[in-house]
Design a protein around this ligand. Sequence first.
Ligand SMILES: [Zn+2]
Length: 351
Amino acid sequence: MKAARMHEYGKAPILEDVPVPDIQPDEILVQVKACGMCRSDVQLVDGYFRKYADIPPPITLGHEITGIVHKIGGVVPKVAGFQEGDHVVVAPGWGDGVCRHCLVGNTHICPNVRWPGFGPYGGFAEFLPVPARYLVKANRRLKFEQIAPLTDAGMTPYRGIKKLRDAGALGPNRIVGVLGIGGLGGYAVQYAKLLGGGATVVAFARNSAKLAVAEEYGVDHVINIKGKSSKDIAKELSNATGQGDLDAIIDCAGAPEMMQLGFSLLAISGHYVDVGLVGDRVDIPLFPRVSREQTFHGSYWGNNTDLTEVMALAAKDKIRHTIKLFKFDEINENIDLLRTGDIVGRAVMKW
Ligand SMILES: [Zn+2]
C-alpha cells in the first residue's frame, strides 16, 4: 500500500510503498477514504513535540481519519455491530483502558495514550489497524472528506466549547471570543452558536479571508486584529457589542501574542480555553488573573463521547465545512502551505 512516512525529523515525509499492516484480534483494518491535514502534522515534522514525546521514526502521518471497515479481528465483540463496508471515523486517543482517565472515558489524556498518525500507522496511507473500541460509525450519507476533519479540527473546539458551557461561562448575556479562524476556528464559531445559549460570538483573526468564513458560519461580529493595539481592539469590541471585554474565550491559535491579547480582553470571572498550539510559551500579567478570578482551561482533542456527539450533529446537517481537497501525491506541498498559514478551512486528502 501507499503511505506517507516521515523517516527523519525536519525532513519532508516520503511517499512510499509499504506492506498492508496486520491486525491484532481486537482490531479492525480500516481502508482509509479520506484524511485531514492538521497543523500538528507540520509541527510533528518540524519537531515541535520532541521535547514532550520523542516518537521514533518512521512515522506515518495523518490523524483525521475516516474510511471503511475492511477486516474485523477475531475477538471484536459482535455487539459492537461492525460489518465489513461500514463507514467509520477513527477516535484519536487510544488509552490503556485501565487508568482513572480511561475509566471515565477520557482515553485521550491517558498517560499511556497512543495516537494514530504519531507512530507506525496513520491516515496518510491506504490502510491502518485500529482497536475496535476507537471506531465510531458514520452515517453513510455523509461525505468522507467532510467527516475526516471532525475527528480533530471539528472535535477539538467542540470539547473546548463544552468546557466553557459546563463552567457556566456561556449564556444570552455573555460575549464569547473565538481567537484564530483556521481549521479549528471555523468549527468553534459554529459550536459557540450551537451551544452558547444565545451568547454573542465574536471572531478575531488577522486574515480577512478567514474572517469571511466565520461570517458565513453566522458569527455575530468579526474583528481583524492585524496591526492593531489591544486598546483599539477593545474599543472595536465595545462598539460592536456594547462591552469591551470577553466573558469567554476559545483560543484556536495559541500564539503568544494572540494569548496576550486574549487575556487582556478577558472579563471578570472570565473563562479562557486554549486548544491551539502555535506557540509554546505565554507571558501574561498575574495580578488580573487572580484579582478578577479568571480560569484557564487546557482542552486537548476529544474523547469518544465528544466524537459521537459531533458525528450526531453532522448527521443532522448542523455542521458546515470548508474543505480543500488534495491527492496523496500532493501531501508535501500541502504541508508547506499549512506551515505558511496559506490554507483557508481544512485541507483533506481523499483517495
Ligand atoms: Zn489510561
